[in-house]
Ligand binder design. Structure first.
Ligand SMILES: *[C@@H]1O[C@H](CO)[C@@H](O)[C@H](O)[C@H]1NC(C)=O
Ligand SMILES: *[C@@H]1O[C@H](CO)[C@@H](O)[C@H](O)[C@H]1NC(C)=O
Length: 412
């Protein structure tokens, strides 16, 4: 037993030493824990590459292991009643407060969309389950966690459309009444790719005049918001950061649209823009939309646009054909399409390739007159808020969760 642990410890140390060649910034709290966590992610990613190169299993199929190990059965307890349902054919996990109050005042609701680059993750993972219970008990709210289908089995726009269908189904008077939800107090929220879906669905709803019940708020946690410029200062500065290195984010982006590796290679080189997307580059021009202090040491240069007859285009599967579709890249819309969006809470982390996506959206929403609370974590890394479970529990996750719930408490 003793010897076994020593061997395991020694193996873990050498393993870790091998994987930690990229120093983690001093400012990050609990650095060693993050290094260990990251060495696990990196080794899994290498294993996934290896399996794919041998033709055993595709990369995301191996990475999905992360989701599986954290999956829990959503169970009811004293405070929360948990049920699994289908909303317009899409799986959802519904969390309702048990407490029956005398005044049958309707409750608030949060529609939650998990992260995982549209390829990984599940509403049934323990950090999401825990977050949902926290929201229920602290806000006395209903939480609807959406189990949208994932790429690469289901490319864009399937994950988006699943979310849209659930939201449309939920925002009906008779459905809200059934769950005692106040139609004036509903938010959509999500982290990472879930933040992308939350932003996209918020934009869609305000375009529908016949949609009577609208969202009151959107809470976007380190969201992914654009696929056009994958060389913003944050992509460059954080290309080797733990949890979400640039390669993995580019992989998620390309797999969202297609399994054709040509798009991945072009996105890696930031040369994937074509004739169609080039006219939208102005919406992600970071020299305009990032405050000077976030330019850091980088000088702006617009992404290369493929030349040739009509520009080079990449094979993109599915009925919609473009990474320039605003349902995939919510930053790519004119100001007029942002004007009547619900108020927003946007979290960004310093050590995250997606930092500048979030900050650009803050700038653009404010310019369009939308009320925005921007919380920037100077010691934050991508995904930080979901590291709430032992042994990968981080102090920063607790702070982020508290601030997030406080904002919902005051704004929803
Ligand atoms: C980006 O903005 C800068 C100045 O703010 C401008 O010089 C440049 O032409 C813009 N590029 C694109 C592609 O919009
Ligand atoms: C950015 O531009 C400035 C002024 O032209 C130059 O001094 C600096 O070296 C450039 N930085 C990079 C990283 O290219």
């Amino acid at each position: 037993m003793r010897l076994g642990s020593i061997i395991l410890f020694a193996a873990l140390c050498s393993f870790t030493a091998y994987y930690i060649y990229e120093p983690i910034p001093e400012e990050i709290e609990e650095r060693w824990k993050l290094m260990l966590t990251n060495s696990f992610f990196r080794s899994l990613s290498h294993l996934a590459d290896f399996c794919e190169s041998l033709g055993l299993k595709d990369y995301m199929g191996v990475m999905y292991f992360i989701t599986l190990v954290e999956k829990v059965a959503p169970l009811s307890d004293h405070h929360v009643r948990v049920t699994e349902e289908k909303f317009d054919g899409v799986d959802v996990v519904l969390y309702q407060p048990r407490l029956q109050r005398d005044d049958s005042e309707p409750r608030r609701a949060v529609i939650y969309l998990h992260g995982g680059g549209w390829c990984l993750g599940s509403s049934r993972m323990s950090p999401y389950d825990l977050l949902a219970r926290n929201i229920v008990s602290q806000l006395d709210a209903v939480v609807l966690s959406v189990e949208y289908r994932l790429a690469p089995a289901h490319h864009f726009p399937v994950p988006y459309e699943d979310v849209y269908r659930v939201v449309k189904h939920f925002l009906q008077k008779k459905v809200l009444t059934q769950y005692s939800v106040d139609p004036g107090r509903i938010a959509v929220s999500g982290d990472s790719a879930g933040g992308n879906l939350a932003a996209a669905v918020s934009q869609q709803l305000i375009k529908e005049p016949e949609q009577q019940i609208q969202l009151k708020a959107q809470a976007l946690l380190y969201p992914v918001l654009q696929a056009l410029d994958l060389n913003t200062p944050s992509y460059q500065q954080n290309q080797d950061m733990p949890i979400l290195p640039r390669t993995l984010m580019v992989r998620f982006w390309s797999e969202y649209f297609t399994s054709d590796k040509a798009l991945f290679r072009a996105m890696m080189a930031n040369t994937h823009n074509n004739h169609e997307s080039s006219s939208l580059l102005k919406f992600v021009n970071w020299s305009t939309f990032l405050p000077e202090s976030f330019h850091r040491k980088y000088n702006y240069s617009a992404p290369t646009v493929a030349q040739g007859v009509g520009g080079e285009t990449f094979g993109v599967d599915g009925p919609s054909q473009s990474f320039a579709d605003p349902r995939a890249s919510p930053l790519l819309v004119p100001d007029a399409a942002l004007r009547s969006l619900p108020k927003a809470y946007i979290v960004t982390c310093e050590y995250d390739v997606l930092r500048d996506d979030g900050i650009m959206y803050v700038t653009r929403l404010r310019a369009a007159g939308v009320e925005v609370t921007h919380e920037h974590y100077r010691t934050g890394f991508h995904g930080a808020m979901m590291f709430t479970m032992w042994p990968t529990d981080f102090l920063i996750a607790r702070r982020m969760t508290d601030n997030y719930i406080k904002w919902l408490m005051e704004n929803l």
